[in-house]
Design a protein around this ligand. Sequence first.
Ligand code: NAD
Length: 500
Amino acid sequence: MTTTAITHWINGRAEAGHGERRQDVYNPATGAVSGSLHLADEQDLQHTLEAARAAADTWAEVSLSKRMAVLFKFRELVHAHTDELAAIITAEHGKVLSDAAGEVGRGLEVVEFACALPQTLKGEFTDQTASGIDVFSFRQPLGVVAGITPFNFPVMVPLWMAPLAIATGNAFVLKPSERDPSASLLLAQLWKEAGLPDGVFQVLHGDKDTVNGLLTHELVDAISFVGSTPIARHVYETGTRHGKRVQALGGAKNHAVVMPDADLDLAADHLSAAAFGSAGERCMAISVAVAVGDAAEELVARVGDRARAITVGDGTSDGVDMGPLITPASQDRVRRIVTEAQQDGAAVVVDGRDLVVEGHEDGFFVGPTVLDQVKDTMTAYEEEIFGPVLAVVRVETLEEAIRVINANPYGNGTAIFTGSGNAARTFQRRVTVGMIGVNVPVPVPAAQHSFGGWKDSLFGDHHIYGPDGVRFYTRGKVVTQRWPAQNDESGASMNFPTNA
Ligand code: NAD
C-alpha cells in the first residue's frame, strides 16, 4: 500500500515545511496507513502567520463586491467537487459516501450565507441625533483568524468558519484534525481557483504543539475552535489569556425525550439514524433516549429492531449504512464502556462489540449498540462515548426528563418526540441546551441562524456561523460626526456633551 505525503498549504501553494515530525493517517475501514502527515514546527508556524498577516492587510482593503465574487466562485467550485471531497472524507474518516456528501452540503450552506454578507454586514445610521450631528456604525475585520477543527467533520466544520472569516476581510489559518487532514488541501486549492489571494486561506498541519503555538502567537487575533470539551476549555483559557477573541465549541451528550404520546415508529426511525449515523461520531448525535412512562418498552423494542437492521461496512460500498470508528483506541474505548455499563446493571439490548466486517477484519468497527436501564452514575451516561451506542434512561414524567437533561454538564443539542404542542413548548422553554429539536432529532441550525451549545458545550460569547459568525469575525466602530456650516456659531460647551 502506498502512502501519500500530506503537506501544508502556505502562501498559495503546497509546502512540505521545515518540521521533521510525521504522523500516520489511516483508512479506518481497512486499518491500513494511507498517508504521512507533515507536522509543523515553530518555523512553519512563523512563516504561515507572517504570510497571513501580510495577506490580511491587503485583503481587508479589497472591496466587498470583489470579495463576494470570490465567495460566489468558491461556492460553485465546492458544489462541483462535492463527490471528490466526499471520497476524501470517507477514505480518512470512514463515514459512508452519502453522509460525507451531506456534510459538504451543510458546509456549502454557510458559504451561501457568506455570499449574503453585503446585506448582513450593513451598518446603522442615525440622522440628526443631536443638532447637526449624525451617528453611524460599521464593522471591520479582526486580522488573522486561526481555525482549529475536529476529525468528525473535516469539511463542514472548516466551512463553518472560513467562509465568514474570509468574506468579512480576515486571513484564515486552518489547523485541521491530524486524523483526516487531506480534505483541507482540496479546499485550499478551490479557494485559490476561486481567485482568493495567496495567504488569505492557509492550512497548517500539526498536533497540540501547533495549537498551543497558535493560541499564544502575537500575530493571531482570534481563534475559532471546535473539538472536545477539555481541549475547548484549554483553548478558551489560553487564547483569551493571550488577548485573543476566542469561541471554543466542545463536546456533547445529546438527550432525546420520547413522550408516551409520540409516534413511536417515527421516534424509533429518527433515534436510530441520529444515534448510529456516522457511527455516532457527531457532536449532535443522540446518545441518550429519555423514555417517559409507557413509551419505554415499545421504544426499546423498536429501536432495537432498527439497530439490528443497520448494515455496517466500508463507507465506499453500496448498501452500507454505517462505517467504522476513527481509531483502534476509539474502538477499544467504546467496547470497554459498554462492558462496564453491563457490569453495572445496564441491559445490552443490541450488542455491537464483537462485530467483524468480512474482508475488513482490521477495520475499526463497532456495531450499533443499545443499552437499556442506564443510570446517571454509569460511565456510559457520564461520558461522551462518541460511538454507535444509544443509552436508554427511563423516567416517569416530562418534569423528570427535563431535570435529567438540565443536570447534565453538556448542553449542545436535545430533542423531544411528542404529539403535544404544550409538552414541546414547556420543553423548549425549560431545557438548558442551546439547540432543540421538536420531532427533529439532530437540530443543526440552518446557516442563517447560529450554531452553539450551552454549559460545557461552548466557551465564549459567540455561537458559530450565522449572524454570530459575522459578529465574531468583525469588530464595531461608531462614528459621531458634525459637518458645521461655514457660518456656524453654536460654539463649544465645557459640559459633558448631551444630545440636545
Ligand atoms: P479533539 O478535541 O481531540 O481535537 C480537536 C482539535 O484539537 C484537533 O485539531 C486537535 O489537533 C487539537 N487538539 C487535540 N488535543 C489537543 C491538546 N491536548 N492541546 C491542544 N490541541 C489539541 O476532538 P476530536 O476527537 O478531533 O473531535 C471530536 C470531539 O469534537 C467530540 O468531543 C465532539 O463532540 C466535538 N465536536 C463538537 C462540535 C460542536 O459543534 N460542539 C462539533 C464537532 C465535534
